[in-house]
Design a protein. Sequence first.
Length: 692
Amino acid sequence: MTITHVRAACPHDCPDTCALLVTVEDGVATEVKGDPDHPPTAGVLCTKVSRYTERTYHAERLLHPLRRVGKKGEGKFERISWDEALDTIAARLKEIAARAPEAILPYNYCGTMGLVQGDSMSARFFHQLGASLLDRTICASAGATGYKYTMGATIGTDLEQFQNAKLILIWGGNPIASNLHFWTRAQEAKRRGAKLIAIDPYRSLTAEKCHQHIALMPGTDAALALGMMHVLIKEDLLDHDYVARHTLGFEQLKQRAAEWTPERVAATCGITVDEVVELARVYGQMAKAGEPVAIRLNYGVQRVRGGGMSVRNITCLPALVGAWRHPAGGVQLSASGAFPTDKPALQRPDLLPNAPRTINMATIGDDLLRPASAAFGPQVEAVIVYNANPVAIAPDSPKVAAGFAREDLFTVVLEHFQTDTADYADIVLPATTQLEHVDVHTAYGHSYMMANNAAIAPIGEAKPNTEIFRLLAARMGFDDPCFQESDDQLAAQAFRRDSPRAIHFDWESLKRKGWQKLAMPDAPFADGGFPTPSGKCEFYSATMAADGLDPLPSYNAPYESPGSNPELAARYPLAMISPPARNFLNSTFVNVKSLRAAEGEPHLDIHPDDCAARGIADGDMVRIFNDRGAFVAKARVTTKARAGLVVGLSVWWKKLASDGKNANEVTSQALTDMGRGPTFYDTLVQVEKVAA
């Protein structure tokens, strides 16, 4: 027996981007473990990825190209050859492109976070084709925009410093479920005497293990941050030297923060005045005493109308108290801005024949149903979906499904499994998993470049995304040499070698070692040097003013809340959020039986007071509905959900739910205040008991 150990990287949409060691016995992957030498991973994997071989060798893996033989959505297919599949796709795309190339749309996101299997050869293909561009906003665009207006780039506190903090605010996230290796370090900080405070509408697994939980209403985080500023300024809990030397617009900020008294903030957020004041005091007093205070800010705060402003406001706090002076102080939303990726080399935007329109992936439901017009352009006639499952994960799901159900829409899906979206495809192409292809990765929770080596040969007739688009490019007659580049050649172009952060990047050596840390200072903004136009943390942003936005921290109320829309709230009085379930990752892993069994079935957590008012008991089946749609789940009566809030842990495949629906039946296509992101957590619903 031949046994080898292959260095790999987790491809999934998680901050941790773990380094993997894959055991292969006679060509079969038998075990996936965490690399004990990689500092962020430290040999530990989440439950999901530790079972990666179960997913790779799953009995329902797609192993051959398929052609639809039933109605769209029925999921009935017949096996065809690769030649037949590629010829069919190329013929249809050629016909459409000859008339209106913008009628072709790629739809992809982070089913893999890899730079090679994500957007490299595929981007080249669609650029050469002249297809519509996709605005990839569905996860992080609002928060990233707010962060960049303030800080200049998504650079923050190093993961490897958090265990040295004395106060950690875990704001809008549940790292036990979605950021395990940060949580390990937060736990170490706790053992060393640090205080942990969770700020989250829901008492998550993480919030339960913190010293304090502040359960504000969804969409009000920006107000809480303004209230903290008010107290910090009023009680002089500031680092005046840091503010004077390294920030811009403090006097204007001071006037704005004066408007946000603790009483106003408490009323807006649905919390107590004491919670507002004491949060600001513990943050400011510890910083003033020279202790490192840190914020782990996550994406939960930004999936509401004011999500971009929420992130901006929170991001101002460390500069006010000088938290950036300490390696273990500051804030981390994402580390992605530290990576000098060479996207032009990978994606070749120079191949574009002109400037095609851009379609927002968060509004795919409306856009697939939109007719041709002067404002919109041609009707979408073809969609190629890869690394995504929009029928399950996109908002306002009834419209998304209706769009994909169009008989005149040609849909191609590259997939591992027959997902909800694959059921609507005309052609399904089997794609490789992470164990079967080469890739290179950045991370958004640490600062290591990561390599993924292919551990096993592709199973069945599966092919890497890159190879599929190479073959399609050849069928389309694209003769630019860039379409012949191998995956290793693509990976070697991933990072700019002229950047001091990756000056020693070499693909071959990265493949051998598996990972390499960027050259970054321990405390990136200890002496200022923010990558903003002014070089300072910008409390006042002239760029925002030029973009038509309020240049100061402010509060943008939710679209759907009792305060902002009382008429709607009279009909749908409960706020709903749908954060990730612990055993799923977006819609990935839902079909792995062991993980689905651990999750059970779709549940709705609902407060006892809200249950009593509706005659709902624990275990009852309930219908959750609004004007957009409805879905069914089993009620769990719990104080984890604060009064006025219901929580549906997500995202279930619709076909695996009892009613064939999931939480996105009721979410909205409305966009955030900046960054054009989705508003999944800006949702009002009503809940009623239904027959089992």
